[in-house]
Design a protein around this ligand. Structure first.
Ligand code: TMP
Length: 209
């Protein structure tokens, strides 16, 4: 039987990566065989692309940005995601194609149609079976990003976006939620880490059992 393909999505500062780390611990403790991965950076090539793309100081053309994420994804799909699900293993990825739809779709100068075309090329049509969207108000996300920056975390290009940009990104995610309510589960991420974690474990356990 094929493994399930699950993705975590959210605007920066939504807490999704913290949640994925906690979920990984829970699943490993139960002996569940699972591949935890991320985009960008789920493969060796992807890690180079991630560093090059997120750390460059130069202005990046919107099309170059779109194609960089696509190159990372094509490698990820071909060499990690597809072989793992074919072998019957569940794959959980911190971000996937919905991030391109939401983020690159929110950039000026790129037509939605082109974004969708590139997504199709990079994924070969592979869609997640389930997506958890960690939803928080943009102001709260920005507050958390500022805290994170002050505490230590490495800055990247995307940390410099405006509230207006993140509002567009969040709206795009919510549009997917309306269009694909079965696949796209909205998690209220404006609560305590423990409360959110309990929800995540419940949803995932039900889905992969
Ligand atoms: P991360 O911090 O969740 O690892 O994501 C890195 C940044 O890259 C984040 O700001 C979202 C952005 N991103 C896109 O703009 N498009 C994409 O397709 C992906 C996967 C990430």
């Amino acid at each position: 039987m094929k493994g399930k393909f699950i993705t975590f999505e959210g605007i920066d500062g939504s807490g999704k990566s913290t949640q994925l780390r906690a979920l990984e611990k829970t699943l490993r403790a139960r002996g569940t065989d699972v591949v935890i991965t991320r985009e960008p950076g789920g493969t060796a090539l992807g890690r180079h692309l991630r560093a090059a793309f997120l750390e460059t100081k130069e202005k990046v053309a919107p099309m170059a940005e779109l194609l960089s994420f696509a190159a990372d994804r094509a490698q990820h799909v071909e060499h990690l995601i597809k072989p793992s699900i074919a072998a019957g293993t569940t794959v959980i990825s911190d971000r996937y194609a919905d991030a391109t739809y939401a983020y690159q779709g929110a950039r000026n100068g790129i037509a939605r149609r082109q974004v969708n075309q590139v997504i199709r090329l990079a994924t070969g049509g592979l869609k997640p079976d389930l997506t958890l969207f960690f939803d928080i108000p943009v102001e709260e996300a920005i507050r958390r990003m500022a805290l994170r920056r002050r505490s230590h975390a490495k800055k990247n290009r995307m940390d410099e976006e405006t509230a207006e940009f993140y509002t567009r990104v969040r709206r795009s995610y919510l549009r997917i939620a309306r269009r694909e309510p079965k696949r796209f589960v909205v998690i209220d991420a404006h609560r305590s880490v423990g409360e959110i974690q309990a929800d995540v474990v419940k949803v995932i356990t039900k889905f992969i059992k």
